[in-house]
Design a protein around this ligand. Sequence first.
Ligand code: ATP
Ligand code: MG
Length: 318
Amino acid sequence: MAKDKDKSIKDIEDLPGIGSATAEKLREAGIDTVEKVATSSPHDISDLTGISVEAAKKAVDAAKQATTIEYETGEEAYEKRKSLGRITTGSKGFDELLGGGVETNGITEVYGRFASGKTQIGFQLSVNVQLPQEKGGLEGAVLFIDTEGTFRPERISAMAKAVGLDPNKVLQNIFAVRASTTEQQILTIERADKLIVEKNIKLIVVDSLMALFRSEFVGRGALGERQQKLNQHLHKLQSMADKYNLAVYVTNQVMDNPAILFGDPTTPVGGNIIAHAATTRLYIRKGKEDKRIVRLVDSPNMPEGECVIKITPEGIRD
Ligand code: ATP
Ligand code: MG
């Protein structure tokens, strides 16, 4: 039997431990309803507002109590999953690692050092999403947000030719935006609805997700604000992915984590907010010559694993 929900909790201020200043910070981060608090992690709320994790947990628990839950049967969830689209990466091994390619309705994040191949994968997906379904595409267009000035039409053209597509048509279906501030980066997504519907956008690329956030929000004092904006941006990306059944591919930079004494100290930047927002996380590193090792770090339905891909003049291959 469903519990009667607590009628006294309507706004996020009504939650225990959430005063007006904390509520304001949550709203800025896009967490503006009791439902959204209920589905947030206490760690994220603590990071975003500066209240303790324990206090955040109390607020989240109260929000859960106050929220009516909409149940979805396993069968309904299964039906929904069958309608998910997948985009081939160009490599069989990579596709298998992902359970059949890059999935729609979610955010796929690739992090790694410079020249590891993050942008190349973004180009390849921008081409492949345009392929017919039987060849691993979705016959869709692309919104490509370039924050680093590394968008290269000539490279995309070469990849398009290699899969038998008309390079001019492929480029016409890629709507590239050069963002040089986080404001532009965020607004491009906030205002993308019309473009997505009119042009049948099936892939959004953000290359890179964090570069502008890192350069604009410097120092400890700015960290809270940075994480709030980032959280809002990621929520918006996820809601676009759900609403339009499209794939979101984001690249991310890394830093050395001195806390890791053994093994690879490489850690993606952006903290917990991205870790929780990304549906699928991949780590890419250089191998010998044109080889790259891709590691599946986090996935809701696939085991951890690795594969080797090559970056060839034709694009991503086995
Ligand atoms: P950054 O963090 O600097 O943005 P990245 O991970 O995005 O790096 P990419 O730009 O995707 O790195 O990869 C660059 C690498 O891709 C080059 O060093 C090269 O090895 C390979 N590459 C780029 N163009 C070609 C090409 N035409 N033919 C073969 N390999 C290429
Ligand atoms: Mg790059």
